[in-house]
Structure formats: C-alpha cells, structure tokens
Design a protein around this ligand. Structure first.
Ligand SMILES: Nc1nc2c(ncn2[C@@H]2O[C@H](COP(=O)(O)OP(=O)(O)OP(=O)(O)O)[C@@H](O)[C@H]2O)c(=O)[nH]1
Ligand SMILES: [Mg+2]
Length: 180
C-alpha cells in the first residue's frame, strides 16, 4: 500500500525564565552569531530548518512581566522546549514553578518536552547539574515524552542531539496524521 504522509510545520514553544539562554540557543541552532543579546520583550517567532524539516519556533520573553503572554506561544504547540540556566541554582525553584505551570495547562497535555540543561560550558553549571536534576525530577514526568540534553552555545555540537530529537518527534507526529 502506498501511504503518503504530510509533513506539518511543527510549532515549538521555547520557554524558560529570563536570562536562561533561549534566544542565544535559538540563534545558535540557526547558525547565527550571538552578540550583545538584549532581553526578549515579545515573542520572537522564527524558523528552524533541521534536515530539511521546518519548525516555527516561538521564543518566549522570560521576564515576569511577560509570562502571562506565554499562553500565545503554548497555543497549538506540538513541542515544549524548556531552557534552564544551569549556573543559576538560586533560581531553580522559580524555573521549576514556571515549567510546572505550563505542564499543568490543559493546552499542553501530552505535548512532548525537550528540556535543556543549558550553559554547560560554565563550571557553575557543571557544579549545579546534579542539584538541577534533583529539583526538576524529569524521570518522574509520566504524562508525556521527555527528552533532556546538556547544551551550550559555546559548543554548538551539543545541540545536535536536540535537533535529532526534534526530527524524531516530527516523524512521529507526521506518522500520526496520514494524508487523506
Ligand atoms: N556561557 C554561556 N552563556 C550563554 C549561553 N547561552 C546563553 N548565554 C548568555 O546568557 C545571556 C542570556 O541569554 P538570552 O538568550 O538573551 O536569554 P533569554 O532566555 O532569551 O532571556 P529573555 O529574553 O530575557 O527571556 C546572554 O548573555 C547569553 O550570551 C551558553 O550556553 N553559555
Ligand atoms: Mg530572549
């Protein structure tokens, strides 16, 4: 039987608190040079092309005053991508609350989560990694698929497994929606 599948443009909701590194990570995936980044003040919507597959990435503004707007990025998202500044242990609890707020939203039900322990080039991040795993308890998330990675913009190769996971996810989404 000759089955045909269409490849949807997958919407990624890229979130996490301010200074986590979301915009820098997004730029690095796009092979753009990261210089003098200002905090994001409204959704940065851009396209990632990975292995000829397209993703519409909604890079959220992380500061508290913008978090109410996250709902727009979450709407219809097919991938949740969370970025943690692993150097900043003082803000792990705040980060976890924001992650849980989204995971508990009805709109995010069953949507896969890609979690980045980010800024792993920095010694503080290495020192805090175990603590971050303890706080976020990713293995206890049972209501969706969770993929987690150690990432750094200083080592763009660390983003390759993230890209592979996105391709894997898109493949499964397209398999679920055969073309009529
Ligand atoms: N050393 C290091 N610095 C990083 C990395 N990723 C981001 N940064 C730096 O962290 C700071 C914040 O990065 P942004 O990408 O602007 O953070 P953001 O999460 O988009 O912040 P908001 O837009 O305010 O939500 C910048 O100075 C980046 O250069 C990383 O992997 N390693
Ligand atoms: Mg930003």
């Amino acid at each position: 039987m000759n089955k045909r599948y269409y490849m949807p443009i997958v919407k990624i909701f890229l979130f996490g608190i301010d200074n986590a590194g979301k915009t820098a990570l997004s730029m690095t995936i796009k092979n753009e040079k990261v210089v003098n980044l200002a905090p994001t003040t409204a959704f940065n919507i851009s396209k990632w092309v990975i292995k000829a597959l397209e993703f519409a990435v909604w890079d959220a503004p992380g500061q508290i005053k913008y978090r109410e707007e996250w709902i727009d990025g979450l709407d219809q998202a097919q991938v949740l991508m969370f970025v943690l500044d692993t150097t900043d242990a003082a803000r792990f609890d705040e980060s976890k609350r924001e992650l849980d707020r989204i995971l508990n939203d009805q709109q995010a039900a069953r949507v896969p989560l890609v979690f980045c322990f980010h800024k792993m080039d920095l010694p503080e991040a290495k020192a805090n990694h175990a603590k971050a795993q303890e706080v976020f308890k990713l293995s206890e998330i049972r209501n969706r698929k969770v993929y987690s990675f150690d990432t750094s913009i200083k080592n763009p190769e660390s983003l390759n497994p993230v890209k592979d996971a996105l391709v894997f996810i898109i493949f499964h989404i397209s398999r679920l929606e055969p073309k009529k």
